[in-house]
Each structure stands twice: as structure tokens, then as C-alpha cells.
Ligand binder design. Structure first.
Ligand code: FAD
Length: 394
């Protein structure tokens, strides 16, 4: 029944799943929408949300939405209508993990955490958020590498993560701007051993500053503190690129950021900008290269992953911000190529929709991923019927 297929689907989901199917105008529906990080994703209204509580529930929901007897198949044109999958809801694009007028599978009730008896591994449900994981592991004096901010989801992040820190020390540097403080440089130093004022940071810590704070913390508190510094529900633009960790490369990023980008966007109301450089040393990316498909096994020097984040309030400024953000990334890439400092790697968790992180892993790795995709998703359901996220070319 054209136009009515989602209503039929939502009714079938409700018949099977009862109150695990969430309908509009209920408090659970509203709270699901407000739990998305970006205003663009929160503004999307699915016809219903299904919230499975077990792997078997997920399988039943996917069976109903896909395949020959799919309730999402249009009777007239035979096409399958799309659905969305979400975990923490922190992807910034509107349709990455939500779908207008369709069905969104919300995995957040899959939130089990089980530490193995020998304490060497932990099984984490895909619907967890990282603060939940850390608060479970901190009391046991255990930790895993995950997102740095509370509320970010496990499901979306682990699909493509190289996040981790040097054995003890990590430093991120940000070129920032907000109307209240103007242009600033902000550095964030973390030391994972219980040492006050570690000497490795003495040079930076001694520089004159507007504001500075240091504290002893565990992962749970750190993730919560970072979450509390974020403003939710703003419009968001994220993009990324990678380059060699050299002073010349840093100068390229700063001059384009400060001299070209800021003047074009600083009059956008409520704009907040961060261009954050995160270290990616060989000690991190050279690990497990035989098991991952990130394609970093042929690098040697220290790299930096940069993340450009911009938030603002009015949708009428979307195009202006997105064009300026893209122009900044492209201008820096050009400058980095001129000095031989550009690296083609694109970190998926930070990528903008127009970037191609999977292709950046190199043809051999894309081929490996294609083989896995052919095996686990032979009918290309998640490639065609779920529009969110980056896709492997099949
Ligand atoms: C404030 C903030 C802090 C962040 N910090 C970090 C960080 O420290 N390190 C880092 O690497 N990244 C970080 N990110 C980026 C983050 O990892 C990505 O946005 C990630 O996709 C979020 O995961 P999620 O589960 O919250 O997202 P969602 O929006 O729920 O999902 C993201 C994508 O993954 C898909 N997906 C989710 N779960 C599954 C699943 N189980 N199976 C199949 N597909 C699934 C969704 O369909 C969607 O396309 C941060 C983002 C924000 C907004």
C-alpha cells in the first residue's frame, strides 16, 4: 500500500513487540528524539521506533523490515523503503541514525556489560554509552579504549575506531573560536598514571594562559565532565583529515583556520568552532595492522588526525557554515600536499558526508571489507535499505 507502508509496519512491530515499539506523541518517543546530539538528527521524525532488548528481538525486527515479506516493501513499485539504526545517536548528520517517516531501530536497551572471569576481556552490548561502560569498569580498576565523552554510543564508535592513548601521556591541541572569548588556542593534556604535574607537560603547562585547570579523575568522571562542556541540540558540522606531525603542517592549519575561515563565519549567530589535532603516533596505528583494515600498515612517521567541529543555531546558516567548513578542509589539504605533509587517511568517526573514509583504507582493504559484506549481508540490505553511515562500494 503506497504511502501507508510505514503505518502497516509500525502496527506489525507493535503486535510483535508490544511496548518495545514506540509511537509518536509518547514521552519515550520525545526522549528518543532529544537524546540525539545534533539538532539536525533530533529534527527527524520516524513513524515509529522499535527498541529491541535482545539479539533475538533485533533479528525479528530486521526480518520484518527486510526480505520478501518485508512490511517496508512498496506494493506498487516493489521498492524497499529505508530504515535507520541507532546506538548513542551522536553521529552529527541528520539521517545517519534516524529516518523521516520510516522505522528507526533504537539499540540502547542492548546495554549489557560482562567482564570475563579472568578480567582480560569485556563483552559490551552495542547500545551502551561510554560513560555507562566506564562506570562499570572503573570500580574494578579496569578500562577499555572508547569515546572520551559521556553519552557517545558504543555501536557507532566501534564500527571504526583507532582511539587510544599513548601509554601514559596524550595531548590534543585546538584552534578555537566562540563569540564570548574570540579566537583561542586550547590544549588538553592527559596522563594516565597517578602522577601530579607530570614532567612531560612542564613546558606547555608553564605557558601563560587565560584559564587552566588540572585534576585527578577516573574515566567515568572525565567522560561526564567532557559531556557537560558540550552544548547539545545545536546544529553540527564535522569534518576531518590526517597529516604528518610537523611544525610546518601545524602552521598550514593555523593560517587557513585563522586568516581565511574565521573571517567568513564568525558573524554566524551562536557559532562555536574547534579545530582539534589528536596525535596518531606509530605506537598506536602500528598495532594490530594484520587484523584491522585501516590501511595504516605502510606508514612510518607520527601522524595527526584533525577534527573540525562547528555548532550554530539557525538552519538558515547551514549552507554558509557547511561551505566554509568544506572550503577550510580542502584549502588545508592543498597546503599540506604542497609541503608533502598530507596523509590520505580519513577517520570515519569524524568524517563529513562528502568525505570517503572507506576508500581511504586503500583498494586491498576495501576488497577485504567487500568480501565480509558479501558474506554477512548478501542481499545488500544494510547497503541499500539503511541509508545512514558510510557504505562499502559493492
Ligand atoms: C560529543 C562527541 C564526542 C565524540 N568523541 C569521540 C571520541 O572520543 N572518539 C571517537 O572515535 N569518536 C568520537 N565521536 C564520534 C563518534 O564516535 C561517532 O559520531 C559515532 O558514530 C557515534 O556513535 P553512536 O552510537 O553515538 O552513534 P549513532 O548516531 O547512534 O550511530 C552512528 C552510525 O553508526 C550506525 N550504527 C550504530 N550502532 C550500530 C550497530 N550496532 N550496528 C550497525 N550500525 C550501527 C548508525 O546507523 C549510524 O549510521 C564523538 C562524537 C560526539 C558528538
Amino acid at each position: 500500500m503506497k504511502g501507508n507502508y510505514t503505518a502497516t509496519c509500525c502496527a506489525s512491530l507493535q503486535a510483535i513487540f508490544g511496548n518495545k515499539t514506540i509511537l509518536p506523541s509518547t514521552p519515550a518517543y520525545q526522549s528518543s528524539l532529544t537524546s540525539y546530539f545534533s539538532a539536525q538528527a533530533a529534527a527527524i521524525h520516524p513513524a515509529c521506533i522499535v527498541a529491541p532488548e535482545s539479539a533475538a528481538d533485533v533479528a525479528s525486527a530486521v526480518q520484518l523490515l527486510t526480505g520478501e515479506s518485508s512490511c517496508l516493501q512498496d506494493e506498487i513499485d516493489g521498492n524497499y523503503r529505508p530504515f535507520a539504526v541507532r546506538s548513542g545517536g551522536h553521529a552529527t548528520q541528520a539521517d545517519a541514525a534516524n529516518i523521516d517517516g520510516g522505522v528507526t531501530i533504537d539499540l540502547r536497551r542492548l546495554n549489557s556489560i560482562e567482564v570475563s572471569p579472568d578480567r582480560s576481556t569485556v563483552a559490551i552490548g552495542a547500545g551502551n554509552t561510554w560513560d555507562h561502560v566506564y562506570s562499570h569498569l572503573d570500580p574494578a580498576n579496569l578500562c577499555v579504549n572508547g569515546g572520551r565523552t559521556a553519552d557517545v554510543g558504543v555501536g557507532g564508535l566501534v564500527i571504526n575506531s583507532v582511539d587510544a592513548y599513548d601509554e601514559y601521556a596524550a595531548l590534543t591541541l585546538t584552534w578555537g573560536y566562540s563569540p564570548e572569548v574570540g579566537a583561542i588556542v586550547s590544549s588538553n593534556m592527559e596522563y594516565t598514571k597517578e602522577t601530579e604535574n607530570p614532567p612531560v607537560f612542564a613546558g606547555l603547562a608553564g605557558l601563560p594562559k587565560l584559564f587552566g585547570e588540572s585534576q585527578m579523575s577516573n574515566m567515568t568522571q572525565l567522560a561526564i565532565d567532557l559531556r557537560n562542556q558540550q552544548v547539545r541540540g545545536q546544529r553540527q558540522f564535522w569534518a576531518t583529515h590526517t597529516f604528518a606531525s610537523t611544525e610546518a603542517a601545524l602552521n598550514v592549519t593555523h593560517s587557513h583556520f585563522h586568516d581565511e575561515f574565521l573571517p567568513t563565519i564568525q558573524s554566524v549567530p551562536d557559532i562555536v568552532v574547534g579545530y582539534t589535532m589528536e596525535p596518531l603516533p606509530p605506537a598506536l596505528y602500528a598495532k594490530h595492522t594484520d587484523q584491522n583494515v585501516l590501511g595504516l600498515d605502510n606508514r612510518s612517521g607520527s601522524l595527526v588526525i584533525s577534527l573540525l567541529t562547528v555548532s550554530w543555531t539557525e538552519s538558515t546558516d547551514d549552507e554558509r557554515v557547511q561551505n566554509a567548513g568544506r572550503a577550510l578542509i580542502e584549502a588545508i589539504d592543498k597546503g599540506l600536499k604542497e609541503i608533502g605533509a598530507h596523509d590520505p587517511f580519513v577517520y570515519l568517526n569524524y568524517a563529513a558526508p562528502w568525505q570517503d573514509p572507506i576508500a581511504s583504507y586503500g583498494p586491498g582493504n576495501v576488497e577485504k571489507l567487500r568480501k565480509v559484506a558479501d558474506e554477512v549481508d548478501p542481499h545488500e540490505v544494510f547497503a541499500r535499505q539503511v541509508p545512514g553511515g558510510f557504505k562499502i562500494q559493492r
